[in-house]
Design a protein around this ligand. Structure first.
Ligand code: CP3
Length: 357
């Protein structure tokens, strides 16, 4: 009975390429998966989603199971990533948030004051019980393929909460951070608590690795990141440390923050395409010359999936070659699959990466 599986039921996937690479070992092949591999680029996703609201789909095990499996079946990738969203734990806890198609998360009552922060709920594990059920079904069905769980990091969630929706400049967020540091830290502590609880539920249900998406952290200087954000993201990673699953940390435009993002407690540092992968490895190595060689994930520009195949093939080969400088390399994009991407190209890139190792 999958739904009564004890915590100790995590599969032994010690040979899975993704987990070997994440631990700095020598995998049988370069593992590859794609951020946003589940979603609008797949016709089978659009079909399943017809008539089903985004956030409710994430909390419906039949739908979330099927959508998570789709890219694994189609592309033969080395990991599944749970179909969820960074705002799912907020929604489940009762925060007024929705995902507006073509826009992104929209928050009904933006958070601007200490009273707003105090009014935010905590997350109770029961509120995300359907996510745990989805994970148990997935780990039973995935065979030797690892399942990655994830959550939004406190800063990126805070930006949506404060701005009320997607933001280019994060001006209200940064203004609050600098003008009212007590309110800021109270909000980030609250969000770190929600994120930690959500990840603990996922780990207990059997995910094999976790990723914190701090998508918008690249908007910050390293100094501000270390003072206002890092301690909260570190607390999130610390909350799942006892499980021993690899912890991945990703943000966009974070070339200047890679060392700080590892310092938050990451085993694997996600890299976007604005910095060559071997340069990312150099920066991480220079900061800890006596430590183990860094493990990185990335970093193909998602727009290159639209380029002519010879161009794309050259870029994929370059990235695989640059990844050799690392202690371990998980091939991925530098950000998520774009909705208009031809899924056949994603399959072809997966096959190419596998053929190169
Ligand atoms: O990677 C995967 O395949 C797992 C699925 C996943 C989703 N959201 C599903 C989703 C993941 C990992 C996320 C994370 C997420 N959500 C992030 C961090 C990663 C990143 O892209 O930087 C962020 C910032 C969000 C917030 C969010 N949710 C945005 C900006 C959007 C797009 C809104 C739009 O319509 O343009 C969403 C909605 C969303 N989350 C979709 C999917 C498949 C598309 C909406 C839909 O299918 O109706």
């Amino acid at each position: 009975m999958t739904n009564t599986a004890p915590v100790s039921a995590r599969r032994d996937l010690s040979d899975a390429p993704l987990l070997v690479a994440a631990r700095g070992g020598m995998p049988s092949r370069t593992p590859v998966w794609f951020m946003r591999q589940a979603g609008r680029s797949l016709p089978e996703y659009r079909k399943v989603r017809e008539g089903n609201a985004m956030l409710e789909s994430c909390l419906t095990p039949d739908l979330a199971f099927e959508i998570t499996m789709q890219p694994v079946r189609r592309h033969g990738v080395d990991a599944a990533i749970l179909y969820s969203d960074i705002v799912v734990p907020l929604y489940a806890a009762g925060v007024g948030v929705d995902i507006v198609p073509g826009t992104g998360p929209v928050v009904a009552h933006p958070v601007r004051t200490k009273a707003d922060v105090d009014a935010l709920p905590d997350l109770d594990a029961e509120q995300v019980a359907p996510v745990a059920e989805t994970i148990r079904r997935l780990t039973a069905a995935l065979g030797g393929t690892p399942l990655i769980g994830f959550a939004g990091a406190p800063f990126t969630l805070a930006s949506y909460m404060i701005e009320g929706g997607p933001s280019k400049n994060h001006e209200r967020t940064k203004a609050l951070m600098h003008s009212e540091p007590d309110v800021w830290h109270a909000l980030l502590a609250k969000l770190a608590g929600i994120t930690s609880e959500f990840l603990r539920v996922q780990v207990a249900a059997g995910v094999d690795a976790v990723q914190q998406f701090d998508s918008w952290a690249g908007a910050l200087s390293e100094r501000d990141y270390r003072e206002y954000v890092l301690p909260h993201s570190a607390r999130v990673f610390e909350s799942v440390a006892d499980a021993g699953v690899p912890r991945i940390h990703f943000g966009v435009g974070t070339g200047e923050l890679l060392v700080a993002m590892r310092d938050a407690g990451a085993d694997v540092v996600g890299v976007d395409w604005r910095i060559p992968l071997d340069e990312a490895v150099r920066r991480l190595t220079a900061a800890r010359p006596d430590g183990p060689a860094p493990v990185v994930q990335g970093n193909l520009d998602p727009a290159l999936l639209f380029a002519d195949w010879p161009v794309l093939e050259r870029e994929v080969r370059r990235i695989v070659a640059e990844g050799k400088a690392a202690g371990g390399h998980i091939f991925n994009l530098g950000h998520g699959v774009l909705p208009e991407t031809d899924p056949a190209v994603v399959t072809r890139v997966t096959e190419l990466v596998h053929s190169l190792s």
